[in-house]
Design a protein around this ligand. Structure first.
Ligand SMILES: [Zn+2]
Ligand SMILES: [Zn+2]
Length: 276
């Protein structure tokens, strides 16, 4: 089972590997900079070698860069679009420098310009990006609040289909908390969700899972992560996910709360305990 957590890079990017070791993960996710600013780290050779070596030694695979929360490729505003494209491009280059396979991002919100327009803007922006050979850009499903795109599996499919960029360079990350918030019932309706994921998106396009429970009810459109098994998805939902043949080969990343004393380690153990 490939499972790890989103860990901090404080003190240097190679520190992420140590932190992952400490909690017992074997893959992981980081920010390449600060998630609430436009600043993306540029890694020099020492830093990227340090990260690559530490990672090879630990055997962690794969790694993921989570894009900043400011990126909005669906925006009708040109200035925000330009900043978003620049930022994602820097993150793609950071991934190449570090030997990180995936960059995952939230597609964005159309802010009143309409779904069709938003999806077209995303496609145009993706086509401007230079996606390095070794890196895959992943659209993440969203809780769907406001005019945010990516709530429905069918919309994620549009994001893969509309750009000229070949599908090989693109993929999808499914976040369990966001799916639950979007109305996909992973506990009682799991078989149907899996069926929809395949018919509307295509299981072959899903390359990564974010494992988070949800503080809010099904269909709430709210994005508040909870510890595994302690939220509205519950053990039953995660038991379904980690035991599904269609999903259990995928790398799984925890983004559970870190501010309340409960550790990633406990969440990792909880997930592992659900594997039949
Ligand atoms: Zn996520
Ligand atoms: Zn979230």
């Amino acid at each position: 089972m490939r499972i790890g957590a989103h860990v901090s890079v404080a003190g240097g990017v190679e520190k992420a590997i140590e932190r992952q070791e400490d909690i017992g993960g074997n893959c992981g996710q980081i920010f390449a900079g600060s998630p609430r600013t436009w600043t993306v780290a540029e890694y020099d050779e020492d830093e990227s070698d340090g990260f690559r070596e530490a990672r090879a030694e630990a055997g962690h695979d794969p790694y993921v860069i989570h894009s900043t929360y400011l990126v909005n490729l669906a925006t009708p505003k040109d200035e925000l679009m330009e900043k978003s494209v620049d930022c994602l491009q820097q993150e793609l280059y950071a991934a190449r420098a570090l030997g990180v396979k995936y960059v995952v991002f939230h597609p964005g919100a159309h802010t009143g310009s309409g779904v069709e327009n938003g999806l077209d803007r995303i496609a145009d922006a993706v086509d401007v990006l230079k996606i390095p050979d070794e890196v895959t850009l992943l659209f993440e499903n969203t809780a769907g609040k406001g005019t945010t795109l990516g709530k429905e599996f069918s919309q994620l499919r549009e994001m893969l289909d509309r750009p000229e960029t070949p599908n090989d360079d693109l993929g999808v990350c499914i976040d369990t908390c966001h799916a639950h918030a979007a109305g996909y019932d992973l506990a009682d309706g799991f078989d149907r969700v899996l069926e929809e994921l395949d018919s509307e998106l295509g299981l072959e396009h899903v390359e990564l899972l974010h494992l988070n429970d949800s503080k809010d009810p099904l269909g709430s459109e709210k994005d508040n992560h909870e510890h595994i098994g302690e939220g509205e998805i519950g053990d039953e939902g995660f038991e379904n996910v980690v035991n599904a043949d269609e999903l259990n080969d995928l790398p799984m990343i925890l983004e559970t709360p870190t501010s309340d004393g409960k550790s990633y380690e406990e969440n990792l153990e909880r997930v592992r305990s659900l594997v039949a």
